[in-house]
Design a protein around this ligand. Structure first.
Ligand code: F7E
Length: 321
């Protein structure tokens, strides 16, 4: 039987890309991914999240910074749906290297939108927006109507991508949607993000491989969901007749410290015995509080998160241990 639809993913080797590729394969899509040459040459390290589905998907060498390589990939694949997930996604790094973050995240999004408009103007396009766009929040909880007030170059670059996506939708009539996704985690999360750092250190400490867990801002509040739930919302956005923007969140908040307590507690450890505060992990301007209201996603997309905070932390700790 022929495949139902063809999808092209940027960021396919990442946390969301790997879960989304699995979801699309389960729906009988033909799945293609754009992968940087460095990743192709270093397959053992870079493909850890998609090793099990490599035989089922097609990878194309390219970088979102290169209009030429994206044009070539879109032209070969002629996708029905494009999921633009690739980015410099670590907020901390966006303070260390503002220019790479800005260039990759804004110009990369512009490149892929422009290529889609030229080659497959009727394709459906998803942009990975972020709750970091809300920054120092101007309203609580945050909805699609909450004004953006970013606190990092990462947040600013995602605002650029969001507005580019909206522009291609309104000016050229493209089916282009943005998900405003709040933090989403799981066992495939990169090690530099705080949740994975905590689950990994909890495991290391339990196994006698580390003595302390150095962290920055312990009182930051986040609305943490599971990435596996969130990729389903991404797919649902592109199944709608009309393109639109959606907040994707759980509506439940925890502090970084509470995440530590939950993770260490699962291994019968007290996190306060191991946490040290290290100034190196504090940001020049941090986002202190985020809480999403996903009412619109629930009503229009019929989406709601299935995995609880407690189950997610348990899965992460079990995996790292
Ligand atoms: O930090 C604090 C840190 O790096 C969470 C990305 O996926 O979600 C993510 O961005 C909080 C911050 O994620 C450490 O200051 C304390 O307040 O895990 P994170 P993020 O910055 O919220 C959004 C939605 C995205 O779009 C991003 O791409 O934890 N924190 N101590 C620390 N954070 C880190 N990384 N490391 C620490 O040692």
């Amino acid at each position: 039987m022929g495949k139902t639809k063809t999808a092209l993913l940027t960021g396919v080797t990442g946390q969301d890309g790997s879960y989304l590729a699995e979801l699309l394969l389960s729906k009988d899509y033909e799945v293609h991914g754009v992968v940087r040459r460095v990743a192709i040459e270093d397959g053992d390290v870079r493909y850890t999240r998609i090793k099990h589905i490599l035989k089922d998907i097609t990878l194309h060498s390219g970088s979102i910074e290169s209009h030429q390589s994206i044009f070539a990939a879109v032209n070969i694949v002629k996708p029905d749906e494009v999921y633009h997930l690739a980015a410099q996604s670590f907020v901390g790094e966006s303070f260390a290297d503002e220019f790479t973050t800005m260039k990759v995240n804004s110009e990369g999004t512009h490149n892929i939108l422009s290529c889609c408009r030229s080659i497959v103007p009727d394709c459906r396009f998803y942009f990975a927006g972020s709750s970091e766009m809300f920054g120092e929040v101007l309203q609580t909880p945050q909805t699609e109507k909450t004004p953006f007030n970013p606190r990092s170059i990462y947040g600013i670059s995602k605002c650029v991508g969001f507005h580019l996506t909206k522009h291609y939708r309104t000016a050229y009539g493209m089916h282009a949607s943005s998900g405003i996704l709040f933090n989403h985690e799981g066992p495939r999360r990169g090690y530099e993000f705080v949740t994975r750092k905590i689950s990994r250190y909890a495991a290391k400490i339990k196994l006698g491989l580390a003595k302390t867990l150095p962290l920055g801002n312990l009182s930051a509040v986040r609305d943490w969901g599971h990435a596996q739930d969130y990729v389903e919302a991404q797919w649902l956005m592109l199944q709608q007749d009309q393109p639109d923007d959606y907040v994707v969140a759980t509506g439940v908040t925890h502090t970084v410290y509470e995440f530590c307590k939950a993770a260490f507690g699962l291994l019968s450890l007290k996190c306060e015995d191991y946490i040290t505060v290290d100034e190196r992990f504090k940001r020049p301007s941090d986002v202190n509080f985020l809480l999403g209201d996903a009412t619109k996603a629930r009503k229009v997309l019929g989406w709601k998160p299935k995995i609880s905070f407690e189950d997610m932390v348990a899965e992460m700790v079990r995996n790292d241990y």
